[in-house]
Design a binder for this molecule. Structure first.
Ligand code: F6P
Length: 343
């Protein structure tokens, strides 16, 4: 038995922990593992796939990034690329493949399963927006980084009596902003799911000043919409999955400028960017990656192809890849509203 493994989409802490779990559990069964490099590009024939033994994954548990590399390559764009992926399954004698990734990577895995290839999935995205799972690898580590940043920004905001706007990642869903903001005591949270006028934010900040709170921290998801301000996309080029670069919207900068202009409160902006995807995984992500990676190998043994190992409550359960990628899991708005109690 030989299985393949790849990591696709944006990297995040915990990918190496998942690769290690796949390799160790497969090794326990006496199976061979082939690592494909740079996501689906590896299965399109770019780079030499490498055999992975337990010795190869020794020591990688705490390391950020992915030892296999990653890319946003989308073989679904061309039928000939899908054919090439199928051919490479055969060429490398891969009996089944573990795809570790988010919505884009797993939609390819779901499609490959539909055309008869044996794929299983492991949920990874710091955006945390995959359906059918309570959490994705990378999210908790990103939240920890956001909370650490907010704790630091509160103190400098307070010393200078300023508003600090903090832009965090979150393309379609504001999980990082909401959970990070709640845990870090944000004084307003703007997310893609809810349109909030910047004037509403300004009113809230003015009310805080009247209550004697002369500094505030506002968290903004990179995908947040500001209905009463123009947020221009300075670079409209898209990746292979059709996503524009949200860092080129500068929504944090726009929000900060408007807040300062409308309230007269001195305002600064911090864009956390890829810091949220770097460094060592949190213990939560290490355990989640270890459990889901090992479980995905079990699904292969049981012939449960087309499934992803999901966190449901405290358990790891199989869910269908098709359901995982059918829709974006957006923020629980009760959680977002809860934050307003503390504004
Ligand atoms: O993978 C999701 C994500 O983290 C988004 O939140 C963000 O918009 C995007 O990746 C950034 O991707 P890149 O690293 O390709 O600029």
């Amino acid at each position: 038995m030989r299985i393949g493994v790849l990591t696709g989409g944006g990297d995040c802490p915990g990918l190496n922990a998942a690769i290690r779990a796949v390799v160790r559990r497969a090794d326990e069964k006496g199976w061979e593992v082939t690592g494909f490099l740079n996501g689906w590009a590896g299965l399109l024939g770019e780079g030499n796939p490498r055999p992975l033994t337990s010795a190869d994954v020794s020591g990688i548990l705490p390391l950020g990034g992915t030892m296999l590399g990653t890319s946003r390559t989308n073989p679904m764009k061309k039928q000939e690329h899908m054919d090439q992926v199928a051919a490479n399954f055969g060429r490398h004698q891969i009996d089944a493949l573990v795809a570790i990734g988010g919505d884009d990577t797993l939609s390819v895995a779901a499609r490959l399963h539909d055309i008869g290839l044996k794929t299983v999935g492991v949920p990874k995205t710091m955006d945390n927006d995959l359906s059918e799972t309570d959490a994705c690898i990378g999210f908790n580590s990103a939240v920890e980084i956001v909370v650490d940043a907010l704790d630091k920004l509160h103190t400098t905001a307070s010393s200078h009596h300023r508003v600090m706007v903090v832009e965090v990642m979150g393309r379609d869903a504001g999980w990082v902003a909401t959970v990070g903001g709640l845990a870090g005591g944000a004084d307003y949270i703007l997310i893609p799911e809810v349109d909030v006028a910047i004037e509403t934010v300004c009113d809230s900040l003015r009310r805080r000043r009247l209550r004697g709170r002369d500094s505030s921290v506002v968290v903004v998801s990179e995908g947040a919409k500001l209905p009463d301000v123009e947020v221009a996309q300075s670079d409209a080029t898209t990746d292979a999955f059709g996503h524009v670069r949200l860092d080129r919207r500068n929504v944090g900068e726009v929000a900060a400028r408007e807040i300062e202009k409308r309230t007269g409160f001195e305002t600064r902006v911090t864009v956390l960017g890829h810091l949220q995807r770097g460094g060592s995984p949190s213990s939560f992500d290490r355990v989640l990656a270890t459990r889901t990676g090992a479980e995905a190998v079990e699904y292969i043994e049981k012939g449960m192809f087309g499934h992803m190992a999901a966190l449901r409550g405290n358990d790891i359960k199989p869910v269908r890849l098709r359901d995982v990628v059918a829709k974006t899991r957006t923020v629980d708005l009760d959680l977002w509203r809860l934050a307003s109690t503390f504004y």
